[in-house]
Design a protein around this ligand. Structure first.
Ligand SMILES: Nc1ncnc2c1ncn2[C@@H]1O[C@H](COP(=O)(O)OP(=O)(O)O)[C@@H](O)[C@H]1O
Ligand SMILES: [Mg+2]
Length: 247
């Protein structure tokens, strides 16, 4: 169980997160909000890459920060930026990430093969990531996030910049990540998560507006018929399904 207690984050005078409290149990969660809402900031705090100004992240009641390597080994994270590892081949990137995660040399080969197969990139494994399409880059990021079968998987805008066919592929990959895990996926595009998330967390200007199942959100936000309409209610017309820009 992942618990966020009263998390606030300031960048100088800018308040990116404002008293976020949340409890996540196994399941797929969609973190939905427009650009600038604070999604990446929240994910960076959950993954321990960024310190909150105040508040705490707890894993099964323990302070994640104090757990150190034990927390990192149960965590898989795909950051929003691409292009960091363009000169690596797929296989080298995955070996590197597997080593960072502390997966033993003995287990690495099988585990890398498993995740490559999972995202259907086995045939491209020996090519540099720089030659991959946007969709393939996102898939290799998802692949490294599930190396070692982590209990907590955090995916920051895994569908950003992808064409519709690639979006479906990533969505199916996420849906099929096996079993008893907490999977948190951020997006500003409703259709990416509407059908796969057990619950949606609506984030606006650093605050959680609501957190519920899609049917409950629809009921609560004016008895509308889908998540797109909830989004319009909460965030206004101008931001709806705008996938043209990403940070
Ligand atoms: N390193 C930073 N320094 C200053 N402001 C930042 C920094 N990172 C993010 N912000 C600001 O914090 C807010 C939330 O950003 P971010 O978490 O990236 O949102 P999202 O991922 O939802 O687009 C935005 O207003 C953004 O400009
Ligand atoms: Mg972001």
């Amino acid at each position: 169980m992942l618990e966020l207690q009263n998390i606030t984050k300031h960048y100088g005078t800018k308040q990116a997160l404002d008293h976020i409290s949340l409890t996540l149990e196994n399941g797929i969660y969609g973190l939905l909000g427009p650009n600038g809402a604070g999604k990446s900031t929240l994910m960076n705090i959950i993954t321990g890459n960024l310190k909150p100004t105040s508040g705490m992240v707890l894993w099964n009641g323990k302070n994640a920060h104090d757990m150190g390597a034990a927390y990192r080994s149960l965590l898989g994270y795909a950051p929003q930026q691409q292009g960091l590892y363009d000169t690596f081949t797929g296989i080298r990137f995955l070996s590197y990430m597997a080593t960072l995660k502390g997966i033993s040399k003995k287990e690495q080969k099988g585990e890398i093969q498993r995740v490559l197969d999972y995202v259907n990139l086995t045939e491209k494994a020996y090519r540099p990531i720089g030659t991959y399409s946007g969709g393939m880059k996102q898939r290799i990021l998802v692949a490294q996030a599930i190396l070692g079968d982590p209990h907590l998987v955090v995916l920051d805008e895994p569908t950003a910049g992808l064409d519709p066919k690639e979006r479906v592929r990533i969505r199916e990959n996420i849906r099929n990540i096996s079993g008893d895990k907490i999977i948190l996926v951020s997006t500003h595009v409703v259709s990416d998560i509407e059908s796969i998330a057990n619950e949606i967390i609506l984030l606006r200007e650093g605050k959680i507006v609501d957190h519920d199942t899609v049917p409950s959100l629809c009921k609560k936000h004016g008895d509308v018929k889908n998540l797109e309409q909830v989004y319009l209610q909460v965030f206004g017309e101008e931001e709806a399904n705008d996938s043209s820009h990403t940070i």
